[in-house]
Design a protein around this ligand. Structure first.
Ligand code: AMP
Ligand code: MG
Length: 331
């Protein structure tokens, strides 16, 4: 696709690319000492800087487009926030964006829309913060939603191996999908290279499937997924990975299923934790519903208010998996 014919995708890719570079450099600077102390400040800095840079970029190209993002700048303006704001401002400056700390807050606050509009972007500036802090996987997720439908989705996965078969090889993937135009990926470091189309697996026998789920059992019930796997006679070990990298895993055929199983009644999934990934999988030929088999609805503000959990498959045995989910519950 010629990007000049698709300004939404072009702007989104440039924004995510810039944010990914900042997140990468902050993650690489996490010291062993900080890791041991479980110091969360690097993720705070990268998270806000990522949102600031992406909202800035979108504002320049589409000044009227609102953004439903995960962060707001109120905490940065508060007394304890000054030191963080200074570091975030430094990261933006290092990305060659000359600005004032006040502008940084204004950009972040552009991501503060929480109600539905006919056209809006949704952004998770760092999805998988726990993975980020472990120096493991995380994603930057950006999606455009028009009339309630995801029309563009972009995932920056700065730490994921470019080739599944070469886990120690080159890392960093930029993946995207446009409604009706398929899903694509490119190594983050070769923006001029030819993109590769993404395609889900063609596994038809659920017993052969590999499923992925959150590393954090507080975000998706491992106990429940174990029972589902038993019923489906899945013999492969679960692939646990943080963030919307799980959607990328299904879209590019590294896994056949992604299960997100509520750990408590009443939790409402956030749209920014899914929108970018959902279109990546559907455009790669897969299927996405909630745990009841309902299509996820992105027109209810910041949450998937009428949905519960998520079931993502290669589309070959979706109903079978949804039925297995319904046959069990977490103990
Ligand atoms: P993951 O990387 O799959 O563990 O998912 C990370 C996302 O889980 C975060 O961005 C949070 O928005 C989301 N999250 C936080 N608490 C919960 C919860 N109780 N259930 C499901 N998702 C959650
Ligand atoms: Mg998230």
């Amino acid at each position: 696709m010629n990007l000049n014919n698709h300004p939404d995708l072009k702007a989104g890719l440039a924004a995510v690319r810039q944010a990914a570079a900042v997140c990468r450099s902050v993650q690489q600077s996490i010291s062993t000492d900080a890791l041991e102390k479980k110091d969360k400040s690097p993720v705070t800095v990268a998270d806000f800087a990522s949102q600031a840079l992406i909202c800035r970029h979108l504002q320049q190209v589409f000044p009227d487009d609102p953004v439903i993002g995960e962060e707001g700048a109120d905490d940065l303006r508060a007394d304890g926030g000054a030191a963080f704001l200074k570091r975030i401002h430094e990261e933006c400056s290092a990305a060659s964006v000359s600005c004032t700390p006040k502008q940084v807050c204004e950009w972040i606050d552009r991501g503060g829309l929480m109600e539905y509009r006919s056209r809006f972007w949704t952004l998770d500036p760092i999805d998988g913060t726990k993975g980020f802090l472990r120096k493991d996987q995380y994603a930057i997720s950006l999606a455009l939603i028009e009339d309630g439908k995801i029309t563009v989705g972009i995932l920056g996965c700065p730490n994921i191996p470019v080739k599944d078969s070469e886990p120690a090889g080159q890392r960093g993937v930029l993946a995207w999908a446009v409604a009706g135009h398929g899903s694509w990926m490119q190594p983050l470091d070769t923006p001029d290279g030819e993109p590769t189309p993404l395609q889900v697996t063609s596994t038809t026998d659920a017993t052969e499937a590999r499923f992925c789920e959150s590393v954090e059992s507080g975000h998706s019930s491992h106990d429940w997924s174990r029972k589902i796997a038993e019923e489906l006679q899945i013999h492969r070990e679960p692939f646990r990975i943080d963030s919307q990298c799980k959607y990328l895993a299904v879209a590019r055929g590294s896994a056949d299923i992604y299960l997100r199983l509520p750990t408590r009644k009443g939790y409402k999934e956030k749209i920014w934790d899914h929108a970018g990934g959902v279109i990546l999988v559907t455009e790669a030929g897969g299927a996405v519903t909630d745990i009841h088999g309902n299509v996820p609805e992105f027109q209810h503000g910041s949450t998937l208010a009428i949905n519960e959990g998520m079931v993502v498959t290669n589309g070959q045995f979706h109903e079978q998996v949804v039925n297995a989910v319904g046959n069990h519950s977490p103990s």
